[in-house]
Design a protein around this ligand. Structure first.
Ligand SMILES: Cc1cc2nc3c(=O)[nH]c(=O)nc-3n(C[C@H](O)[C@H](O)[C@H](O)COP(=O)(O)OP(=O)(O)OC[C@H]3O[C@@H](n4cnc5c(N)ncnc54)[C@H](O)[C@@H]3O)c2cc1C
Length: 667
């Protein structure tokens, strides 16, 4: 039985990190030159860690499966990055960012890590500005901020709707400097397929060269996994198509514990699914909720007419619209946390008010913002305040300047002009808060093996506010790991180079080769995507937003069956020693098929609702606990102080329908 020791230092929360840094072991600059570190991943976490470790003097070997580090999934991040700079003077502070992040994670994150995250958040902005990241600025030239859901201050730094891309270019430039100096040995188009453990310590990895298919051994004194999240276990998600769990899963199988695997963030503002053959969902940034108002029709006849195409959203009058977030949560309105917004959308759609053909969409409407901004501009420019056409035009220009690229993206995908018609949105899987368990040093339960960024579990609890993932990735890579890894590596200054010519490397390499061979030689009857889609359906239906005991038990046995069928019947065209995208996918889906089961088991043991997940409990009056979708309902909610709890509303409704329910609510 292993004992988990977080290693959180003693002392006051606000002093822990400072005191800890003062007392941990360091590696002197000359010794750093004798130490190798492998970093798997070049997103914001891995990119920033690689650059900083190399700058410090370590020899870094960095791996990514893309053709360039700057194509890591982090590039997709749109909305922004949080930092407690308090540039707006609206009451922000380190403590407030800490508190909001803890609350946003439903009080399930590790406080010491989150306080440290809030503390270093301000350094991140300084670092990125120094690298030339073009954050948006206000009229006076100062860095601008916007608001994100679940908080009452403006602390989100952004670069239009391309914050991740700009931050990644910053980290990538810092990496390039080190690649040019020979301090980072960059391995693009390489996929880590196993970790190698020697005498209980992580000492290297087995990687496949994705162009030639060659299986390679790489050694180091420590291994850092920064491989991102596993939202694609659901098949459809907002993640990049390539995002996968393989690195995290392989280290789990070699002894690194996993924590909270079932905690997934469901993002409320994604473009709804259009049909069966879709392979990707697209996010509309949360920043849009600053100005967009979310609604569905109040009247069922309007819903029907919308679906039949005989009515347009803009033809529905104000009094017949239900701005349900503003109605239920007056203090936060459309900027409630993501889990609350997602759940409310699902609740309205489950009640039959979804506005598209599939019944899975609500409106995100910018008409009020366009009018508000337009009126302001007309006044500022001394134009006719009654000229509605001009007001609309000027308002649209302001909205375009704020969210132009997002509107353009929406129009390209949906083929509708969102300046004229409200956007349609629906919740989708976005981010995984669970991941590899790490201690205060970001080290896993395997000595010398670290996990940073979205791949670890430490900072987000069960939900996550927007703009905190980028903050965590960069905090881990620029400011936390470079300190904490030294504490471990200080014992390795005399170890010398790690040989790859050992039984441990040989065995790991053989296992990888065997698995790949089996996949290529299987010649079954179904494609890899066939299995991935099936897994995704099980995950979304039974381990998605609403979960219940019978459904989770079903999911566990269905995933087991699917996995057995995969190994029996999957077909992978192409060979081993060549670029083979299907083989890459097959390895990843094989891991998803194992992770999915753990995920469902974790969800099953949590008889609670938290974050984006709602545990359904019910029994009929007669005492039968049987599954009946019509009677299923959410009975738990994050309750806002003094505001009506949806849980209570549901309870009343269900009792009226003669169904007994238990209510849990979380403040
Ligand atoms: C559409 C979208 C928008 C988002 N917007 C925001 C936002 O506005 N603000 C915010 O804070 N967060 C946002 N997020 C979340 C945020 O983007 C991610 O959590 C974050 O970028 C993850 O960074 P990372 O460095 O941990 O991993 P990633 O960026 O996913 O990078 C993973 C890296 O690991 C490599 N890798 C993985 N497995 C292997 C392997 N086996 N072998 C070799 N290399 C491997 C990949 O090649 C890649 O380089 C958004 C997420 C999505 C999906």
């Amino acid at each position: 039985m292993a004992t988990l020791n977080s290693g959180v230092p003693q002392g006051d929360l606000k002093d822990k990190w400072t005191q800890y840094k003062d007392s941990i072991n360091l590696v002197n600059p000359a010794n750093k030159r004798n130490i190798d570190v492998i970093v798997v991943g070049t997103g914001l976490a891995g990119g920033s860690a690689s650059a900083t470790l190399a700058e410090l003097g370590y020899n870094v070997k960095t791996f990514c499966y893309q053709d360039s580090p700057r194509r890591a999934h982090s590039i997709a991040a749109q909305g922004g990055i949080n930092a407690a700079k308090n540039y707006q003077g609206d009451g922000d502070s380190t403590y407030r960012l800490f508190y909001d992040t803890i609350k946003g994670g439903d009080y399930r994150s590790r406080e010491a890590n989150v306080y440290r995250l809030a503390e270093v958040s301000t350094n991140i902005i300084d670092q990125c500005v120094a690298q030339g990241v073009p954050f948006a600025r206000d009229y006076g030239g100062l860095l601008d901020n916007r608001s994100f859901g679940g908080v009452l201050v403006s602390r989100t730094f952004y670069a239009k709707g391309q914050t991740g891309q700009q931050l990644l270019l910053g980290a990538y430039s810092a990496m390039n400097r080190q690649i040019a100096r020979g301090k980072i040995e960059m391995h693009n188009r390489h996929e880590m397929l196993d970790v190698v453990i020697v005498d209980g310590k992580a000492r290297g990895i087995i990687a496949r060269n994705l162009i030639t298919g060659k299986i390679e051994r790489h050694s180091a004194h420590a291994v850092v996994v920064a491989s991102g999240g596993y939202g694609n276990v659901y098949f459809l998600s907002t993640n990049a198509m390539g995002s996968n769990a393989t690195a995290a899963w392989k280290i789990h199988k070699k002894g690194a514990f996993f924590a909270n695997p079932c905690y997934t963030q469901i993002h409320p503002t994604c473009i709804p699914r259009s049909g069966e053959y879709q392979s990707k969902l697209t996010l509309m940034s949360e920043s849009l909720r600053n100005d967009g108002r979310i609604w569905v029709p109040k009247r069922m006849e309007d819903v029907k007419a919308l679906r039949e195409g005989t009515l347009k959203a803009i033809e529905i009058s104000e009094e017949n619209r239900d701005y349900y977030l503003e109605r239920r949560y007056p203090a936060f309105g459309n900027l409630v946390p993501r889990d609350v917004a997602s759940r409310a959308a699902k609740e309205r759609c489950d009640a039959g008010y979804g506005v598209n053909k599939t019944g899975e969409a609500v409106y995100l409407d910018f008409s009020s913002a366009i009018t508000r901004y337009g009126k302001e501009q007309v006044l500022l420019q001394g134009e006719d305040a009654n000229d509605h056409k001009l007001i609309k035009k000027m308002g649209q220009e302001i909205v375009k300047s704020k969210y132009g690229n997002l509107f353009q993206m929406y129009e390209k995908i949906v083929d509708e002009n969102p300046y004229e018609n409200p956007m349609m949105i629906y919740p989708a899987v976005h981010y995984t808060m669970g991941g590899v368990w790490v201690d205060y040093n970001l080290m896993t339960t395997v000595p010398g093996l670290y996990a940073i960024g979205e791949a670890n579990f430490s900072d987000h609890g069960s939900n996550r506010l927007g703009a905190s993932a980028l903050m965590q990735g960069l905090a881990d890579g620029y400011f936390v790991l470079p300190y904490t890894i030294g504490d471990y590596l200080s014992d390795d200054i005399r170890t010398g180079a790690i040989s790859t010519d050992t039984p441990e490397f040989k065995e790991a390499e053989e296992n990888v080769k065997q698995t790949l061979k089996k996949l290529v030689e299987n010649k079954g009857k179904h494609s890899v995507d066939y299995y991935h889609k099936k897994l995704g359906n099980i995950m979304w239906d039974k381990c998605g937003m609403s979960r219940n005991e019978p459904g989770l038990n079903e999911a566990i046995s269905e995933i087991k069956e699917l996995r057995a069928d995969f190994w029996e019947n999957v077909t992978v065209p192409g060979g081993l020693n060549e670029l083979n995208k299907e083989l890459e996918k097959a390895v990843r889906v094989a891991d998803f098929l194992e992770l999915g089961e753990l995920f469902a088991k974790d969800a099953l043991t949590r008889n609670e609702s938290c974050g984006g997940h709602f545990r359904e409990e019910y029994a009929t009056k007669e005492g039968e606990a049987k599954r009946d979708d019509k009677k299923f309902n959410f009975v738990s909610a994050w309750e806002y102080k003094g505001e009506p709890s949806e849980a209570k509303l549901h309870k009343e409704k269900l009792e009226f329908e003669n169904i007994e329910v238990k209510v849990r609510s979380y403040k």
